[in-house]
Design a protein around this ligand. Structure first.
Ligand code: FSO
Ligand code: SF4
Length: 556
């Protein structure tokens, strides 16, 4: 196996024996073959676009299947195998339709399709795994390391895009343009005629679509559940009642679960990236949405063992379940783990059936309390812009000297203590803007407030980085700044998996300069591609908290 798609890749080089995430060689190979099949499908999809042959179901399938290959989403070999078979079946059916359309129009293809679009779909799971072993970036490297690097950058950005497209699609917010781009970008990674400049341009287009995808998801979430409101979220537990713990990013799954558990005596707790759910009016109206339990995704083995009741993983990040809770964790959506019960998708217009979790909860003891107190969430764009006057006055008076965007993902590496140290070291006249699970490094610290505004403004999940951009753009307009780079804002971004790659490309597309990216730069960046990013976007790695805080305070 060879995988270097996430920040925790072994020695910041590549996982070649077993993933730090727990992905074994067989699943890695099966995922690589799925990605190969999806690239072949995408190349046919581009031909279909050119021939006006539509297949919306396959477009959606492409996003969902890509989502299954993100870090910490799906470790179930059978499901990856079945997705690959479906990719080949859809590819062949679409290719036949394109062929027929071209014959009818007497149009010939100027270039042959890549091998991934025409190879045999035959084989059992072992055959697919063997094929996959020949498809990794290491097994089939491009002779030009920079082309290889940009192809990987685009592939991972597209994976992040697919995840957000799927989240929005679940809430009935589809975007044909976005799905069309998934085909185009993936197909481009097989196109040997594309030079470095083409691939750089495509990376920026990926970032542009990232902004649109996050805006779409923002509209989907706020349209369905209302605009987040500042909300104190309880960190303790209800000692006398059983609970269900829900993790991941899927607000609709939480909504279904809340409706099905209403009046049952079961308390519902969020975990990880579902913490921001408490701020949405439609969700917080359920009084049995009791609180948030535990820390970021990588704390789950401790948290889930202590919870005692059933746990639902709606999206990444799942870790290998420990025996102590393997019998009470469930997956749904694109998440999968060998031997873990899976909750089927909802029928159109219906709900998922969480009856199995409810039954188990009623027979389970209440959760062990891990902590007490509360955290403040709900500072998405509307809540911040409702206070725009006070924010601008504080900037003008000097009460707020700088905003520091500390969004992104958390992870288990010790180096990430840097983000806690930065939060603590930032002067009292700074505001931290955050989104994503990176916040768990400092969101429970008492960092005070400025003029009634908390110093940590939590916009929500990683996709709610869109909200941070909207706030920055509104502030720039209000103070007459030509660009958000002209504002007193610094970016100290933590990345982990491929959604964060997309968020980074989105920031670059918006022309944001001087982003600090840590705790390490991606292993898939070649020296020349990294140098390009430094030269054109002033991207930098992180140093010590002391050094970086001092630099940020003078705009460096
Ligand atoms: Fe975190 Fe995991 Fe939201 Fe990621 S829980 S790491 S970038 O999947 O998506 O922030
Ligand atoms: Fe390694 Fe990350 Fe790939 Fe897992 S997803 S195998 S940790 S690089």
């Amino acid at each position: 196996m060879f995988c270097y798609q996430c920040q925790e890749t072994t020695k910041n080089d590549a996982c070649v024996i077993r993933g730090i995430c727990g992905k074994d060689e067989r699943v890695a190979n099966l995922q690589d073959y799925l990605l190969y099949a999806l690239k072949g499908l995408a190349a046919v999809g581009v031909r279909a676009q050119e021939s006006a042959v539509a297949d919306p179901e396959t477009d959606t399938f492409l996003a969902q299947a890509l989502f299954a290959t993100l870090t910490n989403v799906n470790f179930d070999p059978e499901r990856i195998y079945n997705l690959t078979r479906e990719a080949f079946a859809r590819r062949d059916a679409l290719r036949a339709r394109v062929h027929a359309a071209r014959q009818a129009a007497c149009v010939k293809c100027a270039t042959p399709l890549p091998a991934a679009s025409t190879c045999s779909a035959d084989g059992d799971i072992d055959t697919y795994a063997a094929h996959g072993a020949t498809c990794s970036p290491h097994a089939q490297p491009h002779p030009d390391a920079d082309i290889q690097s940009l192809r990987e950058l685009i592939t991972y950005g597209v994976k992040g895009l697919a995840a957000y497209a799927d989240h929005a699609y679940v809430l009935d917010h589809g975007s044909p343009e976005l799905l069309a781009f998934l085909h185009q970008a993936l197909a481009a990674t097989l196109d040997d005629s594309l030079a470095l400049g083409d691939l750089i341009g495509l990376s920026m287009r990926c970032g542009a679509h990232g902004v649109s995808a996050m805006a779409l998801l923002d509209a989907a979430n706020t349209g369905r559940f209302g605009h987040p409101e500042p909300t104190h979220v309880n960190l303790g537990v209800c000692a006398n009642a059983p609970g269900i713990l829900i993790s991941g990013h899927d607000l609709l799954d939480l909504y279904d679960l809340l409706r099905q558990t209403e009046g049952s005596g079961i308390m519902v707790y969020t975990h990880g990236e579902l913490l921001p759910a408490h701020a949405y009016p439609v969700l917080k109206a359920f009084t049995h949405l009791t609180g948030n339990y535990g820390g970021a995704w990588w704390d789950q083995q401790r948290d889930f063992a202590a919870f005692n009741g059933p746990i639902l993983m709606t999206t990444n990040c799942i870790q290998a379940p420990r025996e102590s809770y393997k019998g009470r964790i469930f997956t749904t959506g694109m998440v999968g783990f060998d031997g873990v019960a899976h909750i089927a998708d909802r029928a159109p217009g219906g709900q998922k059936d969480f009856g199995a979790l409810i039954k188990l909860a009623l027979a389970s003891p209440p959760p062990l309390e891990l902590e007490t107190g509360s955290v403040l969430v709900g500072f998405a764009r509307k809540a911040v812009l409702d206070n725009a006057g006070a924010v601008l006055d504080a900037v003008k008076s000097g009460a707020i000297k700088r905003f520091v965007v500390m969004a992104g993902c958390d992870g288990r590496q010790k180096e990430r203590e840097y983000y806690t140290e930065v939060a603590q070291a930032l002067p009292q006249d700074t505001i931290i803007l955050t989104a994503g699970c990176a916040k768990y490094r400092y969101n429970k610290l008492d960092l005070g407030s400025i003029g009634g505004l908390p110093r940590v403004l939590d916009a929500g999940q990683c996709n709610d980085c869109y909200s941070l951009v909207a706030v920055a753009q509104a502030l720039a307009a209000a103070v007459g700044a030509a660009h958000i780079n002209d504002l007193p804002i610094s970016y100290d971004i933590a990345w982990y998996e491929q959604k964060a790659v997309l968020v980074l490309l989105s920031l670059l597309h918006l022309g944001v300069k001087g982003v600090r990216l840590g705790p390490t730069l991606p292993a898939f960046l070649s020296p020349n591609v990294a140098a390009f990013l430094v030269e054109n976007f002033a991207i930098k790695g992180i140093g010590t908290a002391e050094h970086d805080v001092a630099a940020m305070m003078v705009g460096a």
